[in-house]
Design a binder for this molecule. Structure first.
Ligand SMILES: Cc1cc2nc3c(=O)[nH]c(=O)nc-3n(C[C@H](O)[C@H](O)[C@H](O)COP(=O)(O)O)c2cc1C
Length: 179
């Protein structure tokens, strides 16, 4: 589903956003993120191909984590293809949904799994987010040599939905400065 399209002549500075959502929470919060950008194209990862990432120098990735540290189901299906993408010269910002209480050991693991591929394939991951204030016990999203930060934005709609807006706004401020 395309949430918003832009005119072809505006393509040069367009942001590409790819997301996957099982029960619709990531999708819901994706709307808030999309609204912050003038030129953005949005695609569900279930409908994406590796070549769809090509036109964008700035990419946003959104996903939830499921079943003790697994990628959201559509991201899981796409993951092998995702690994073939050349991210050289691209800036990538990732936001993840998770449950820091129910799945404390695997909190937003998917963010870390995507970030590792982006880095391995030559991209830059922007928008690291402080781990401070969350109650997880472990996460693949924690940056190995910079453990005070997650690779991207951590959202916990299950336990802290009241913080969604504040967190999204703060993170968008961070990443839009890097554009
Ligand atoms: C069965 C089940 C397993 C889950 N596993 C994890 C997990 O391993 N790590 C995590 O951070 N969140 C986990 N969650 C929480 C979801 O990621 C969270 O509810 C999220 O908001 C769902 O977003 P979505 O509707 O966009 O898929 C799990 C939730 C359920 C119901």
């Amino acid at each position: 589903m395309i949430l918003r399209t832009i005119k072809e002549e505006e393509m040069e500075h367009t942001v590409g956003l790819f997301f996957g959502s099982d029960t619709g929470i990531t999708e819901e919060l994706t709307h808030d993120i999309v609204d912050a950008f003038k030129n953005i194209e949005v695609k569900e990862i279930s409908e994406a191909k590796a070549e769809d990432f090509k036109p964008y120098d700035f990419i946003l990735l959104g996903l939830s984590t499921w079943y003790d540290g697994d990628l959201q189901s559509d991201w899981e299906t796409f993951f092998d293809e995702f690994k073939t993408i050349d991210f050289t010269g691209k800036k990538v910002a990732i936001y993840g949904l998770g449950d820091q209480i129910g799945y404390a050991e695997y909190f937003i693991d998917g963010v870390g799994m995507l970030a590792e591929v982006v880095l391995e394939n030559g991209g830059e991951v922007i928008g690291k987010w402080p781990v401070d204030g969350y109650r997880h016990t472990d996460s693949k999203a924690i940056i190995p040599n910079d453990e005070a930060y997650f690779y991207g934005l951590a959202l916990d709609n299950d336990n802290e939905s009241h913080l969604n807006e504040e967190r999204i706004t703060g993170w968008l401020d961070l990443i839009t400065k890097k554009l």
